[in-house]
Design a binder for this molecule. Structure first.
Ligand SMILES: Cc1ncc(COP(=O)(O)O)c(C=O)c1O
Length: 366
């Protein structure tokens, strides 16, 4: 067979990369399944029973395309958030919406700023659309807001990406700090504020959906327990949403996900239960860390990062946990690669994780 036809210059120049190696890929590599899946910040509490019922019901209509405007969901979200429908676009998770924002705002060759070791899907899209990343180190295991703004100014960045709360540290900057960040942004820079974990955190900055300086991104993947359904939303000025409508994948969000998200949003009691359990579980993890002679970073998310002190020890502990069929992750970038990140799961999962971690730490090798 002959060679493939020439790719675009941009694609030819890209290194082969995936933002994450999935646990399924690790399972295939290892030839066995994980017993505890705590490495992808998923909710182990599942979707609300009401969302599950709605999704089962909607499956009956799987032969029909979903509503490309996600009208009902946008209506419900607009009431929930105190906005208008025109300030909302639904996508296949934040990952999809990040791509849309990068496509809309980043000229090829221009610069985007992020933290070194932050959630990598943003960088993946920037590379895919021909942009350039400038990274700023974390400071004391938190996003360094001043340094991010500084870098945006120095590099005339079009986009600044900030996950708040942050993955992989779990850290959080309060609403006043985010307001100050917006005020300090250079004129040409747009803040992409990834609020994937916002439900687990203290109250966020109030909405001013017409604020041209920021796009906020949220998801049903985390607190609502629907990561596999791939559904999230962006909050942005009307003009931006209208611009997204010119290029987004209109039938990309399936009808089962739309029905599930609509019911999940209405099940406030279930969400409150998950949030309370996760808050309690974070305290348990903190006590676990202390009992094992480790530090755990304060978290405003559904996961916690255990500080193993060195990349070598973090890797050894993660390998030990993998051998016990517990899936966790070690962040890739220095100095975060001394952390082991684990989801705050159900009480039984937390107990099993605690035993596994203790067993690994007691084994002679780590
Ligand atoms: C900071 C952050 N943003 C976005 C996502 C992915 O969100 P979604 O499932 O909505 O694409 C994650 C998932 O781990 C995340 O940690």
């Amino acid at each position: 067979m002959s060679d493939a036809r020439p790719f675009t210059t941009l694609l030819s120049a890209l290194p082969a990369s995936v933002p994450f190696v999935a646990p399924e890929a690790l399972e295939r590599r290892r030839g066995e399944l994980f017993e505890l899946r705590l490495g992808a910040n998923e909710s182990t509490f599942g979707p609300s029973p009401r969302a599950l019922a709605a999704m089962r019901n909607e499956l009956e209509r799987a032969s029909l395309y979903g509503d490309p405007e996600s009208f009902e969901l946008r209506t419900a979200l607009s009431v929930h958030l105190g906005l208008t429908r025109e300030h909302l676009v639904i996508g296949s998770g934040i990952d999809d919406l990040l791509g849309l924002a990068v496509r809309a705002f980043l000229e090829p060759g221009s610069c985007a700023v992020t933290s070194l070791g932050a959630y990598p899907t943003f960088n993946y899209h920037v590379a895919g659309y021909g942009g350039r990343i400038e990274s700023v180190p974390y400071r004391d295991d938190r996003n360094d807001l001043d340094a991010l703004v500084d870098a945006a100014r120095r590099h005339a960045a079009r986009l600044l990406y900030l996950a708040n709360p942050d993955n992989p540290t779990g850290s959080y900057h309060d609403a006043a700090a985010i307001a100050a960040l917006l005020d300090a942004l250079p004129e040409q820079t747009l803040l992409l504020l990834d609020e994937a974990y916002i439900e687990f955190a203290p109250p966020a900055l109030p909405f001013d959906a017409e604020d041209p300086r920021v796009i906020r991104l949220r998801t049903f993947s985390k607190a609502y327990g629907m990561a596999g359904m791939r559904i999230g939303y962006a909050i942005a000025p009307r003009q931006t949403i209208a611009a997204f409508d010119k290029v987004r994948l209109h039938f990309g969000v399936n009808r089962v996900a739309q029905a599930g998200a609509l019911s999940a949003l209405a099940d406030r009691a279930f969400l409150e239960g998950v949030l309370a359990e996760v808050a309690w579980g974070r305290e348990e993890y903190t006590r676990l860390a202390t009992a094992l002679g480790l530090a755990a970073l304060a978290s405003a998310t559904n996961f916690m990062a255990f500080d193993l002190g060195s990349p070598e020890r973090a890797r050894a502990v993660a390998e030990g946990l993998t051998a016990r069929r517990v899936f966790v992750r070690v962040p890739g970038a220095t100095p975060l690669n001394r952390l082991v990140r684990a989801t705050v799961g159900t009480p039984s999962e937390r107990r099993r994780f605690g035993h596994a971690l203790e067993g690994v730490l007691k084994s002679s090798r780590v």
